[in-house]
Design a protein around this ligand. Structure first.
Ligand code: ZN
Ligand code: FE
Length: 257
């Protein structure tokens, strides 16, 4: 089983799993990176996972489905313009020798889902779309801060060795913000240097490791006193309620340059 990020558009990744001539892809916003990889590597695409309805995650699904006959899975509470098996929290399905679990993680969109699977001899894998990024989280377009905070808690509860497969290469700009929130966080500074080196070599910073995200990602750390204090310094009207802290942390990031 091999996990590969296929770059798409300017900063998307289409995640691909390959196993014995078969391939699964996640959120193919365009077809070309996938069809090129399949041709070069002589694999058959037979499964497509979709996390949410945005075009940069769905634009290539219909044509890949038509070309390959791949089975498509997607969120039960969103409307997608192709045939797919609708999934919600707790639903399980199999691909190759893996069993995937569905997690409801609304916030970025109203019906956003994520996919988690354990592997026999490798670290588990999470496909989380635009919910969790390395050092950050997705913008809250359709859901509420309370929902997004709950989504962060759902993902934080997964095993620490989980490989977090985010759909965008946003890491460096997220870490700039994270450093503004927690300037004294040493783990964050070390991770930032590591990621800067990867980007200098034009390598992906992903997958991220969940245990490391818990040390460096302010959106997974919104109950830490350092983060609460920073949010209150930025937005003095912030109350002691955790959802209020999280909401103001997210608004701070929205305008951060
Ligand atoms: Zn999105
Ligand atoms: Fe996206």
């Amino acid at each position: 089983m091999k996990l590969i990020p296929l770059p798409a558009f300017s900063d998307n990744y289409i995640w691909l799993l390959q196993h014995q001539g078969r391939a699964l892809v996640v959120d193919p916003g365009e077809t070309e990176p996938v069809t090129r990889w399949l041709a070069e590597n002589q694999h058959q695409l037979d499964c497509i996972l979709v996390t949410h309805h945005h075009g940069d995650h769905t634009g290539g699904v219909a044509s890949l489905q038509k070309q390959t006959g791949a089975k498509v899975y997607g969120p039960a509470s969103e409307k997608l313009p192709f045939d797919y098996q609708a999934l919600k929290q707790g639903d399980l399905f199999n691909w190759a020798d893996l069993t995937f679990q569905t997690l409801d993680v609304p916030g970025h969109t109203a019906g956003h889902i994520a996919y988690w699977t354990s592997l026999a001899l490798q670290d588990p894998i999470l496909f989380c779309g635009d919910t969790l990024f390395s050092g950050g989280c997705g913008r809250i377009f359709e859901g509420t801060p309370a929902q997004m905070l709950k989504a962060m808690d759902t993902l934080a509860a997964l095993p620490g060795n989980t490989r977090v497969c985010c759909a965008h290469e946003y890491t460096l700009s997220n870490l700039k913000f994270a450093r503004a929130v927690e300037p004294e966080n040493l783990a964050l500074q070390n991770y930032m240097h590591h990621c800067e080196e990867l980007r200098r070599q034009n390598l992906p910073t992903l997958p991220a490791q969940l245990a490391n995200e818990l040390k460096i990602n302010p959106f997974l750390r919104s109950r830490q006193s350092t983060v609460i204090q920073a949010v209150k310094a930025f937005a003095p009207q912030t109350s002691n309620q955790e959802v209020d802290v999280f909401a103001n942390l997210r608004s701070w990031k929205n305008d951060f340059r």
